[in-house]
Every structure is written in structure tokens, then in C-alpha cells.
Design a protein around this ligand. Structure first.
Ligand code: TYM
Length: 336
């Protein structure tokens, strides 16, 4: 079977360094090797309440950052999920394939729903079935994501397998997660045991893709660390989560690995390492931030990319969905 990449990102809040190092940067590399489809998942965003004007703006901003990071709309397809109705249509079918027990195991639902689970939307619970639909509506074979999406991809494979068994045919590929690079799980700058995330109340916990150079420097200067010097081996970082996180970020930004970073900085304290990291982060991120500002000055171009991407995505998903309808015995063609 031909390889096809699919991945998604939510248009909520600021994109941060975790999104960039864990996912987007890999998307940029992969677009040259494979047919690639990158989706701004607005249907996923509304699993929690959204302000419509903010969602609209965030959809444009996230797209601008994908373009600024180097995704080329002539190579890859970039579009927003809600424009291609096959996502929602297939998600419903997958809601009927997935078992309650499978979804009950999803740790991200537990985290996001928090204590007040009775009040979470049904959509938040069914979120991974929509994610499976995103991927399988294109029969994608590879899915580049950060570590936190691994469980959702296992569920996607379970759904694909159950559907294939139901129709007695290898209809869907079982998509492979691609969790690539040094920084598959970037941690908060304030707490090395929790993930860098858009929803953290403290802006100092993350580096945003639209932070200016001064802000980046200040956030790294204030990042939580410990008083020890950097060790010689990666194992010695195991019980130093904050130190490990900063070294990992350095390695990922520099395009090297943790061992090489330690070979250079072993014996030095954070008084020396933090300024080096800040310089590197600014050097790598500033061109992206500046390009993003240029795209935000001309949002018509960004919207045109999304329009074009939606048409191209639809052209792939529509015939696949039509085949699915036939397999299930649905009468007639969908009007979507
Ligand atoms: P989202 O929007 O939370 O994140 C987008 C991508 O960024 C990665 N990521 C991280 N990687 C490393 N360290 C971090 N701290 C970090 N935080 C986020 C995520 O793993 C992800 O790859 N459910 C998905 C979006 C989605 C999707 C899909 C992905 C919807 N449909 C289909 C793949 C295929 C999500 O909420 O990602």
C-alpha cells in the first residue's frame, strides 16, 4: 500500500515549543518524502466550549504558523477539518464500532474531563473516534505525533481492525504512529513532571511560537532548574526532570542528541547553560515567528491555502467514504 501521512493540530490557544518539536517540525520534513495531509481540527476544538470569534482567529493563526514553520501548501494539503464533512460522517460510524470500554481507558479524557466528569461533553469522550476518522477517511498509513497521542493511535488501529473484521476485508490500513526526534514529550518550564501545554495557566510554563526574543530569553532564564552542574551521562538526568527537559529541548533545537549536548556542557551549571539555550531558541524560533507575523498581515493568503486544501482533501476522502457507505449497506450517495 502507498504511504500517506495524516496529522492534526487543534486551533486553541497558542502553539508552543512542544507542538513544534514534537510534531510540526517533523511534518515539515515528511512532506518532501510522502503525500502529506495536515489538518487544523476545529471539530475537536469544540469538544470544550469555544468563543466563535476566537476559534475563527485561532484557525487562521495555527495555519499561519504551519506555513511559517515551512509547510509548503504546494507539497502538502493543509485544511480545516469541519470543511470536509466526511470526518464527521465517518466519526459517527466509528462511534458505532468503538466499544465504551476502549474509550473508558483513554487517559487524555480523564485528564481533560477532570473531577466533573458528568459535565464533560459527549464529544470530549468520543474525541478519539473522530481522530480515528480523520486518519482513516484518507486511509493514511503514517501519523507523526508527539508522545501524548500514542494511546489515541492505538485506539485508531483497534477501530480500523474491528471495521475490517466487520466488513471481512482489509479495507483500512492499520496506521503507524511516527514519534520522532529527541523532544517527543516537551515538559513545562515550571514543572518538569507535567507536559508543556496550551492549557497551563502559567504562560511561563511554555514558549509560544509567537513569543518575541526577549520573552523567550526571560522564560528560559526563569525556568525551574536545580543547583547541580550538568552530568556526563543521560542516565544521570533521570531524577532531574527539569534539567533533562532543558537538555532535551537544546538537543532537539540543535538537531543533535542528548549525549552530544552533555559532552559539550558536562560540568557547567545552569548559569552557563541557560543563556546558551536561550540563544539557540531565539536563533531557531525567530525566523518562524517573523514569517508568522508576515502571514498574519495577509490573512487572505492563509484563507486561500485553507480553501484549496479543503478541496484537495475532499477529493480524497469523498470516494473512500462512498466505498464505506456501500460496505455498510447505506442506500444512495452522500450529498456531502
Ligand atoms: P494537539 O493540538 O494537542 O497537539 C498537536 C501536536 O503536538 C504534539 N504535542 C507535543 N509534543 C511534544 N511535547 C509536548 N508537550 C506536546 N504537546 C503537544 C501532539 O502530540 C500533537 O502531535 N488530538 C490531537 C489532534 C488530532 C490528530 C488527529 C493528530 C486530531 N486528529 C489525527 C493526529 C491525527 C491533538 O489534540 O493534538
Amino acid at each position: 500500500m502507498m504511504s500517506r501521512i495524516f496529522s492534526g493540530i487543534q486551533p486553541t490557544g497558542n502553539l508552543h515549543l512542544g507542538n513544534y518539536l514534537g510534531a510540526i517540525r517533523n511534518w515539515v520534513d515528511l512532506q518532501h518524502q510522502f503525500e502529506s495531509i495536515y489538518c487544523v481540527v476545529d471539530l475537536h476544538a469544540i469538544t470544550v466550549p469555544q468563543n466563535p470569534a476566537a476559534l475563527h482567529q485561532a484557525t487562521i493563526e495555527v495555519t499561519a504558523s504551519l506555513l511559517a514553520a515551512g509547510i509548503d501548501p504546494k507539497q502538502a494539503i493543509i485544511f480545516n477539518q469541519s470543511r470536509v464533512p466526511q470526518h464527521a460522517e465517518l466519526a459517527w460510524i466509528f462511534n458505532c464500532v468503538a466499544r465504551l470500554g476502549w474509550l473508558n481507558r483513554m487517559t487524555q479524557f480523564k485528564e481533560k474531563a477532570g473531577k466533573n466528569r458528568e459535565n464533560a461533553s459527549v464529544g470530549l469522550f468520543a474525541y478519539p473516534a473522530l481522530m480515528a476518522a480523520d486518519i482513516l477517511a484518507y486511509k493514511a498509513t503514517h501519523v507523526p505525533v508527539g508522545e501524548d497521542q500514542k494511546q489515541h493511535l492505538e485506539l485508531t488501529r483497534d477501530i480500523a481492525g474491528a471495521f475490517n473484521a466487520m466488513v471481512e476485508e482489509d479495507f483500512f490500513p492499520l496506521p503507524e504512529p511516527q514519534i520522532i526526534g529527541e523532544a517527543t514529550r516537551v515538559m513545562s518550564l515550571r514543572d518538569g513532571t507535567s507536559k508543556m501545554s496550551k492549557s497551563d495557566a502559567s504562560d511561563f510554563s511554555r514558549i509560544n511560537m509567537n513569543d518575541d526574543a526577549d520573552t523567550i530569553v526571560q522564560k528560559i532564564r526563569k525556568a525551574k532548574t536545580d543547583p547541580d552542574v550538568l552530568p556526563e551521562t543521560a542516565e544521570a538526568l533521570d531524577d532531574r526532570p527539569e534539567a533533562r527537559n532543558l537538555v532535551t529541548i537544546y538537543a532537539a533545537l540543535a538537531g543533535t542528541d542528548i549525549d552530544r549536548v552533555l559532552a559539550e556542557y558536562a560540568g557547567q551549571g545552569f548559569g552557563q547553560f541557560k543563556p546558551a539555550l536561550a540563544d539557540l531558541a531565539v536563533a531557531k524560533l525567530e525566523p518562524v515567528t517573523q514569517a508568522m507575523r508576515r502571514y498574519m498581515d495577509d490573512t487572505a493568503e492563509v484563507i486561500k491555502v485553507l480553501d484549496d486544501g479543503a478541496e484537495r482533501a475532499h477529493a480524497i476522502a469523498q470516494p473512500i467514504m462512498s466505498d464505506i457507505r456501500k460496505r455498510l449497506g447505506f442506500l444512495g450517495e452522500s450529498l456531502g
